[in-house]
Design a protein around this ligand. Structure first.
Ligand code: CTP
Ligand code: MG
Length: 402
């Protein structure tokens, strides 16, 4: 008679790959540790994993950050700390998955590979993938229909249309029979962008199940804003600060930054090669920061420090477009649209005349097409701007109930 094991070992393992650097996000720290609200991308991803059917959870962390990853996992796991393993990742996603595969417990027979960057994936997607494998598939991945019209392009020429009804966008978690995934990884000679491609190359059919819009991958600053809007709309803003939009409201914002920063000058959303850089948290773009303050003041939603403080490392290297896009999102959630923005720069340099229209276009684009006018002046040699020590900017904004 077979004896029952003393502790039930899960038959499923989820490898959560979180070892990427997040180059395209540009957040200053590995992407998995960037905050969505008071919790990181990794923590949100793990919350979804632990809400899915019980599984061994292997977190593949950036090398040297295993301890931080373990802390996140322990907090997300609630009572199931025994299910967690943390291993260091490799230089590519594929080598990170490989490193996770080595940690899968012996009795596991289904392995799911999941991007931590798909932090808001609902547990039902995990259930669908597991169900497809239980139903007999060697592998199963969540997919979404492609919405955009797709073209094949060579250089700047459209070569052909592509029938989008044949196309799907692949998401994670991607699940496989354990022996199929192990063998495919052992045999892999090339780098593949996902596990399904690697398993298909090894000759196994992979099934498609329904994906979910919420399983989108946080890749760019715009994706990060979307995720933040979904997890905590206005959660950190005191309710007393937020008047309901009944009539138009104006706001005033000013900002000053001194010269002395590293790299290029960024001002009014433009890079100014050859001009001295401003110093400050982020790129020191006083024009963009004054606009953000004017918009938030008009909405009664605090100021730039309320939303973009130094505790948000992902804004340390950010440019105007990230600040303005996030501000536009905040205003939209609160029921406002922008009437117009007017900003004046006080500085000896750079000379704005030749690039004024370009600055207006860049700022307007970052604010969803809102009207932005930029003017510039000098101060007859007086004051800190006249002495060439820094730049000041003054903005007013008009908001209209959406
Ligand atoms: N990943 C990983 N190890 C790597 C590269 C990526 O574990 N060497 C993980 C990422 O942490 C992420 C998932 O694979 O959860 C998908 O990768 P991607 O979105 O490209 O993340 P990054 O590689 O971090 O971002 P970027 O390509 O912009 O640098
Ligand atoms: Mg990558």
């Amino acid at each position: 008679m077979a004896r029952e094991p003393l502790i039930a070992v899960p038959r499923v393992a989820v490898i959560v790959v979180a070892a990427g650097s997040g180059t395209r996000l540009g957040g200053g720290s590995p992407k998995a540790f960037v905050g969505l609200d008071e919790h990181s991308i990794l923590r949100h991803a793990l919350r979804g994993v632990f809400a899915a059917p019980e599984a061994q959870v292997i977190v593949v962390a950036p090398a040297g950050r295993e301890g931080d990853a373990l802390t996140e996992a322990l907090e997300a796991a609630g009572g199931r700390r025994d299910l967690i393993s943390v291993v260091p990742g490799g230089a590519t996603r594929q080598s990170s998955v490989q490193s996770g595969l080595h940690a899968v417990w012996p009795d596991v027979d289904i392995v799911l590979v999941h991007d931590a960057a798909r932090a808001l994936t609902p547990p039902a997607v995990f259930e669908r993938v597991i169900a497809a494998i239980d139903g007999g598939a060697d592998g199963a991945i969540p997919v979404l229909p492609v919405i955009d019209t797709i073209k094949r392009v060579a250089g700047s020429e459209i070569v052909a249309g592509v029938d989008r009804s044949e196309l799907s966008a692949a998401q994670t978690p991607q699940g496989f029979r354990r022996e199929v995934l192990d063998a495919a990884y052992r045999a892999a000679m090339d780098e593949f962008t996902d596990d399904a491609a690697l398993v298909a190359e090894a000759g196994h059919p992979v099934a498609a199940v329904a994906g979910d819009e919420l399983a989108f991958k946080i890749t760019t600053p715009a994706d990060l804003e979307r995720a933040r809007g979904l997890v905590a709309p206005l959660a950190h803003v005191p309710v007393s600060l937020t008047p309901s939009p009944a009539a138009p409201r104006v706001g005033l914002g000013t900002d000053v930054h001194g010269f002395g920063g590293e790299g290029s000058l960024w001002l009014a959303g433009l890079e100014w090669p050859g001009e001295p850089a401003l110093s400050g948290h982020s790129d020191g773009d006083a024009v963009a920061h004054a606009i953000v303050d004017a918009l938030l003041a008009a909405a009664g939603l605090g100021d730039i420090g309320t939303h973009f403080g130094t505790d948000r490392p992902e804004y340390a290297a950010a440019h105007a477009d990230a600040f303005l896009a996030r501000t536009l999102g905040i205003l939209g959630e609160a029921g406002w649209r922008i009437g117009n923005v007017s900003v004046q720069v006080q500085a000896n340099r750079p000379r704005f005349a030749a690039r004024r229209a370009e600055a207006e276009r860049a700022l307007s684009a970052a604010l969803g097409g809102a009207s932005v006018s930029v003017s510039a002046t000098t101060t007859d040699g007086l004051g800190f701007t006249g002495a060439g020590e820094g730049v000041a900017a003054f903005a007013v904004a008009l908001l209209i109930p959406a």
